[in-house]
Write a protein that binds this ligand. Structure first.
Ligand code: TIU
Length: 220
């Protein structure tokens, strides 16, 4: 067993039953011209964490542990994109429209790909998800159960949307969840701070947080 001096208190885990979930480190959220930008966001904030996410992935690779990369995207015919999602708000382009990185948030298009610096290696799991949470309409629960995973470490974007939603889904399914706080980012710094505060408040009501250095040191 390993213990990290996490917030709000120690996080103890068996690496053999721990997986890394990297949420949506896709060009559509991190590069100009993608889904994040169509919503009116400044995407430059998100690219800053790419090297830190990379260090966390390398720590899990070196330890030979399960790594799951998720991608938020939809089928080309949009049959898995509810109109409520596609028509919400006033984006400059909608899901499925042609953008500078191909059709916005569509599986197989360049924008839906994970940024090249964090590309999955053979043997790692790549999971396409139509929702904000990674358990909804995906085989993630079955994949983790088959591998006897009980503890999850989270990274990725954005903290308060897909990362927090997935952590909450995982928490309700009985997983012990830790967010790598410097390997996640939001378009809104105040939302990232609030999400981290919410996760670890009330005695880790959603889970724990710690730095990549703390997680990597525990895995060595
Ligand atoms: N808009 C926003 O902050 N996030 C998303 O739409 N998806 C993810 O968080 N991946």
């Amino acid at each position: 067993m390993k213990t990290i001096a996490a917030q709000p208190f120690d996080f103890t885990f068996d690496p053999a039953h721990t997986a890394l979930i990297v949420i949506d480190m896709q060009r559509d959220f991190i590069e100009p011209g993608g889904f994040g930008a169509t919503l009116g966001n400044d995407v430059s904030l998100l690219s800053a964490i790419v090297p830190t996410v990379g260090r966390l992935i390398e720590a899990f690779r070196a330890a030979g542990l399960t790594i799951v990369h998720t991608r938020e995207c939809h089928r080309p015919d949009l049959s898995d994109c509810p109109p409520a999602k596609r028509l919400r708000g006033k984006p400059s382009m909608r899901i499925g429209d042609p953008g500078t990185m191909g059709r916005i948030l569509i599986a197989g298009e360049p924008g839906a790909d994970i940024v090249p610096e964090l590309g999955p290696k053979p043997g790692e799991i790549v999971l396409d998800k139509p929702g904000k949470g990674a358990f909804y309409a995906t085989p993630l629960g079955e994949i983790l159960a088959e591998r006897k995973i009980t503890h999850l470490v989270f990274a990725g974007v954005t903290t308060e949307v897909c990362v927090q939603t997935t952590m909450r889904e995982a928490n309700d399914r009985g997983f012990e969840c830790l967010l790598a706080e410097d390997a996640t980012e939001s378009y809104f710094p105040e939302f990232k701070k609030a999400a981290i505060d919410m996760i670890r408040a009330q005695g880790a009501i959603v889970g724990w947080t710690a730095t990549v250095d703390q997680v990597a040191a525990a895995l060595r």
